[in-house]
Design a protein around this ligand. Structure first.
Ligand SMILES: Nc1ncnc2c1ncn2[C@@H]1O[C@H](COP(=O)(O)OP(=O)(O)O)[C@@H](O)[C@H]1O
Ligand SMILES: [Mg+2]
Length: 470
């Protein structure tokens, strides 16, 4: 606002100075031209009458001057023949008339001016005249009958002051009106532009206070750039809110999963201090049972913490340590090892000799999670746990782990990879993990720029496939 007013004032002042000065100089040169022309016309009029003597010069000048009285044209005309006399269309200036209604003092002044003009010169000059104010005069001389005669014309400069006065007055009025209008317009435009930004700032302030729900709603009249900006900010807030919600949920789930084994452990400690024997101590058999239970819970706890750690690391850049290795050898070793911990029908399907550049430890961990699920969902001793490695296209290898268990219901296939997600059937069982196994498989696959999915295949059992780029 202050800026707008300042700029406007500077522009007004500059154009005023220009117009004021150019009006002055234009009028001045106009006056100069006019008195120059008038003096020359007067001279040629006298010359045309072919005056022979200085006296007849004055006479013909007199008649010419009478035809152009001062009061009609504001151009003072005069002829001076030094020594002989003078004539003018404004006789008061030369003191040659007596008008009794004029005060004596005024007439004296005018006569003084007349005497001033009686001392002629050549060219332009500016002289003081009390009646008319400063007077611009042009004089030129010519010779007649051995005498030097001067003709002259003059115009009062007061017209310039008057014109400049008009200019100044117009500028004052126009400037004041323009300033008020410009400030009003600036205020209206400014508040129109600032309103959406103020609204965004309000939203930002509320978000700063910890509330992620406010969104920027602009009126339909706001400009498209502002609409795009508001949309982008709202979209960002949506994502932030979702991320915070997911994090809160993850922490809540993790705390809940950690509490369960801790509760069991505390219960077992209470059992130990209770004792089933007369002296308050535990029998050897009971002690052994409690020890096994506590060991199982500690194992759960350890696995849970390990899994949480892996998931946290999976978001870091140094999650993987890739190195070239033989995928077929890794799979064979892994399946040989599994047959030591569970009794199933472990099968290795078609296995191409293949060198893969990936992180073998992370990949083994992912495959172990898939195998553990297959084991968990099949029966000993003949449940099928099978792994296959096949190429899919020139640059992708697919590792499939399948079993002949109940399979994963189609409607849950999208969800089983979520963190802490377990099917209802798995939830009621105390065995199995906390629902992080497949989340880790997905994190490992995606860290390798690959993917994991539940295959949609006819027949019994589940088939989960990891696709990795070669
Ligand atoms: N091979 C499978 N057959 C049937 N259900 C499975 C299989 N693998 C995973 N699931 C189901 O998917 C859910 C998520 O698996 P996972 O992330 O490994 O969690 P969990 O800790 O329960 O093993 C589990 O509840 C489980 O019931
Ligand atoms: Mg699992």
């Amino acid at each position: 606002m202050v800026g707008v007013a300042g700029v406007l004032l500077v522009v007004l002042a500059a154009s005023f100075t220009f117009v004021y000065a150019s009006t002055g100089s234009q009028l001045r040169s106009q006056i100069d031209r006019s008195i120059h022309d008038s003096a020359l016309q007067l001279r040629s009029a006298i010359v045309q009458r072919r005056a022979r003597s200085a006296i007849s010069v004055l006479a013909s000048a007199q008649s010419y001057a009478h035809s152009q009285p001062y009061r009609d044209s504001s151009v003072l005309l005069f002829v001076v023949v030094p020594g002989l006399g003078s004539t003018s269309n404004h006789p008061e200036l030369f003191g040659s008339t007596r008008e009794d209604h004029e005060p004596e003092q005024a007439r004296t002044q005018e006569r003084a001016q007349g005497r001033l003009l009686e001392r002629p010169a050549s060219g332009y000059s500016t002289r003081q005249a009390p009646d008319t104010g400063p007077l611009r005069v042009f004089e030129t001389s010519f010779r007649v009958d051995g005498h030097l005669a001067y003709v002259g014309a003059g115009e009062p400069l007061a017209t310039i002051d008057h014109a400049q006065e008009v200019v100044r007055h117009s500028f004052e009025v126009a400037g004041a009106a323009g300033l008020v209008l410009a400030l009003l317009a600036a205020y209206l435009v400014g508040s129109r532009v600032a309103a959406p930004i103020r609204r965004s700032a309000d939203v930002a302030a509320r978000i700063d206070a910890g509330d992620l729900t406010p969104r920027i709603h602009l009126p339909a009249t706001a400009s498209s750039e502002l609409q795009v900006m508001a949309e982008a900010l709202n979209h960002m807030l949506d994502r932030l809110a979702a991320a915070f919600a997911a994090q809160r949920e993850f922490i809540a789930d993790a705390s809940h999963e950690l509490r369960t084994p801790l509760t069991v452990l505390r219960g077992q400690i209470e059992v130990m201090s209770g004792g089933d024997r007369a002296d308050g101590s535990l029998s050897a058999a009971e002690l052994e049972r409690v020890r096994r239970l506590m060991e199982a819970e500690l194992a759960r706890l350890t696995r849970l913490v390990d899994d949480l750690l892996v998931l946290a690391q999976s978001e870091r850049a140094d999650f993987l340590h890739p190195t070239p290795f033989r995928l077929d050898e890794l799979v064979t070793e892994l399946w040989d090892g599994l047959s030591l911990i569970a009794e199933r029908d472990f099968q290795i399907g078609p296995l191409e000799p293949l060198t893969l550049s990936a992180d073998p430890d992370r990949l083994a961990q992912a495959l172990r999670n898939l195998a553990r699920n297959a084991i968990a969902h099949t029966e000993a001793p003949n449940g099928l746990v099978r792994i296959e490695v096949s190429r899919r296209g020139p640059s992708t290898v697919r590792i499939t782990v399948r079993d002949d268990g109940p399979g994963i219901p189609r409607e849950l296939r999208g969800r089983v990879f979520e963190r802490f997600y377990r099917t209802d059937e798995a939830r009621t069982r105390r065995s199995g993990g906390a629902g992080l196994g497949l989340a880790i498989v997905r994190a490992v696959a995606e860290a390798h720029h690959g993917s994991v999915r539940v295959l949609d295949e006819p027949g019994r059992g589940a088939a989960l496939a990891i696709d990795l780029p070669l």
